[in-house]
Design a protein around this ligand. Structure first.
Ligand SMILES: Cc1cc2nc3c(=O)[nH]c(=O)nc-3n(C[C@H](O)[C@H](O)[C@H](O)COP(=O)(O)OP(=O)(O)OC[C@H]3O[C@@H](n4cnc5c(N)ncnc54)[C@H](O)[C@@H]3O)c2cc1C
Length: 487
């Protein structure tokens, strides 16, 4: 058996790293604080309703394919993947836009809103596709060790795209506010405002319109289950309900962890828990980043979430629905510039049982509602209830139906739960944003600068927030660990 590696946490990044390390012959053990694996992507089932607690948009299917291919497998060995049509609906105050499953359908919808917009859209998506090839197949696969990783002949000719915002790029080509909001939406997955996100990140628009929105039958948790199964096949041992309270270090070398009062020894420690929390498991002299460092960083939003079981099928909605009937700019200001509970929040609603009957009892609907909010806000039951009422009223009005008396149950989840359940910094939902100054080598490092055999992975390090980046993060850190062993 090879050297022993302890991995803290069992989110996408940790599970990914565990598979790569086990394949390389390491003796890998995962310690997860919660009762089930999956981290922010956990699932809960109540009275026949199945809820993905976090991620629900399956984008960039090529990255999932490439992860499983690395182990001689394919997603279809584990779960059935369906392309959604429509991919999603966007509700504005006076109209509903439908984003179909092909560029032709999307172009027709753009033309309906703004005559002559199809042609600039095709050009914009073509450029986005070029960026996707460079970003996803080259840059993102680098470990963020040096600025030189970003300097290639492809990036040099696109230098201007790193200093212009996506917001500017979109507004140059489109005038209609609905089209602008539609094209700014994908970069929200990167965790920052569109006017703070470099236009090079338009590759997210290609992920959206070019590659489409997919659904694993049974929900996103099927991917976690597939990775858990794969890791166990590769020999990884997974221990749940195990809270790590300390990373033990002697003379700048990690020797193991303290978990549920026991000390477990290991040759290498890798933390996939939130980076900020992981460093608090170390004695002060071994932490790389101060509290001041973290407080200056732009964090992706937290979220107020509701999981609702409806006793009937809902009308006029799709699997994914965005409610953009209020001001995008105002809500973004309330998340990033002057953090406070939003006056009139945008929100997202997901009804997976519309396309996947396995997600709800017959004749019923599984509903997930998400309001993005600033991390670190005061979180009380009164506030949660107040906001549920606000969005439910808007939902009923915009979709033309009464649902308030059709709810069998409602569960909520917010800042305090993110902190309590995931040790999340200020209750962030998607980690640290990908702004220009928080990209690649400017993000917290995969390898500790102070503890020789301590590594980190997940959405606060490279490449950044989201499920596909988490898969890549696990791969990158495992490659660094392998390299480190050769020294
Ligand atoms: C509401 C929501 C919606 C999202 N929507 C999407 C989406 O649609 N598409 C998309 O691609 N991405 C989405 N994301 C982002 C995506 O889910 C995350 O980027 C990704 O799951 C992060 O994985 P991770 O492995 O970095 O971290 P996590 O999933 O947070 O894993 C970290 C793990 O460490 C564990 N841990 C923490 N402290 C300890 C400790 N002391 N001891 C032991 N274990 C510990 C935690 O319990 C957790 O299991 C969403 C996230 C949220 C929250």
């Amino acid at each position: 058996m090879g050297k022993s590696v302890i991995i803290i946490g069992s989110g996408f990044a940790s599970l990914s790293a565990s598979c790569y390390l086990a394949k390389q012959g390491f003796d890998v053990s995962i310690y997860e604080k919660n009762k089930t694996v999956g981290g922010r992507a956990r699932q809960f089932v109540r009275d026949g309703f199945t809820f993905d607690m976090g991620p629900s948009w399956y984008w960039m299917p090529d990255i999932f394919e490439s992860f499983f291919n690395d182990f001689g497998k394919s997603p279809s060995d584990f779960y059935q993947l369906d392309k959604l049509d429509p991919a999603y609906n966007i509700f504005f105050s006076d109209d509903v836009m439908t984003i179909g499953d092909s560029m032709d359908k999307i172009c027709r919808e753009f033309e309906r809103i703004e005559k002559g917009s199809a042609e600039p859209l095709r050009k914009f998506i073509k450029k986005a596709q070029d960026n996707y090839e460079i970003a996803i197949h080259k840059i993102v696969l680098r470990p963020g060790l040096s600025p030189m990783e970003l300097v290639t002949k492809d990036t040099i000719v696109r230098l201007d795209q790193f200093f212009k915002s996506i917001s500017k790029e979109v507004r140059k080509r489109f005038k209609n506010p609905k089209l602008i909001a539609t094209l700014e939406f994908p970069v929200l997955f990167l965790g920052a405002k569109p006017n703070k996100t470099p236009s090079f990140y338009s590759f997210m628009n290609f992920a959206d319109f070019g590659l489409g929105t997919w659904h694993p039958k049974g929900g996103m948790y099927q991917v976690i289950k597939a990775m858990e199964l794969l890791s166990k096949e590769l020999g990884v041992k997974i221990y749940t309900d195990q809270t790590v309270t300390k990373i033990e270090v002697t003379r700048s070398k990690a020797t193991g962890i303290k978990v549920n009062g026991n000390t477990i020894k290991a040759d290498i420690v890798l933390s996939g828990a939130d980076y900020h929390h992981s460093e608090t498991l170390l004695d002060q002299q071994y932490r790389q980043y101060s509290e001041a460092y973290w407080s200056k960083k732009t964090f992706a939003p937290s979220s107020l979430l509701f999981y609702v079981g409806f006793d009937k099928k809902l009308q006029n909605v799709s699997h994914h629905n965005l409610f953009f009937d209020t001001s995008f700019e105002q809500h973004a200001k309330e998340i990033y510039d002057s953090p406070k509970w939003p006056e009139a929040p945008l929100f997202y609603a997901n009804f997976p049982s519309i396309t996947d009957a396995s997600m709800a009892p017959k004749g019923c609907e599984t509903g997930f509602f998400l309001i993005p909010i600033a991390p670190g806000l005061e979180d009380t039951l009164d506030l949660r209830n107040k906001y549920f009422e606000i969005i439910l009223n808007r939902f009923q009005k915009l979709t033309g139906q009464k649902v308030e008396n059709s709810m069998l149950f409602k569960e909520d989840f917010c800042v305090n739960d993110f902190i309590d359940q995931y040790n999340s910094y200020k209750g962030n939902a998607y980690g640290m944003a990908n702004t220009l100054l928080q990209t690649a080598f400017l993000r917290p490092k995969l390898h500790s600068k102070k503890v020789n055999n301590l590594f980190f992975t997940g959405q606060l390090t490279v490449p950044g927030p989201g499920v596909p980046p988490a898969l890549i993060s696990g791969k990158l850190v495992s490659e660094l660990i392998v390299e480190h062993q050769k020294k």
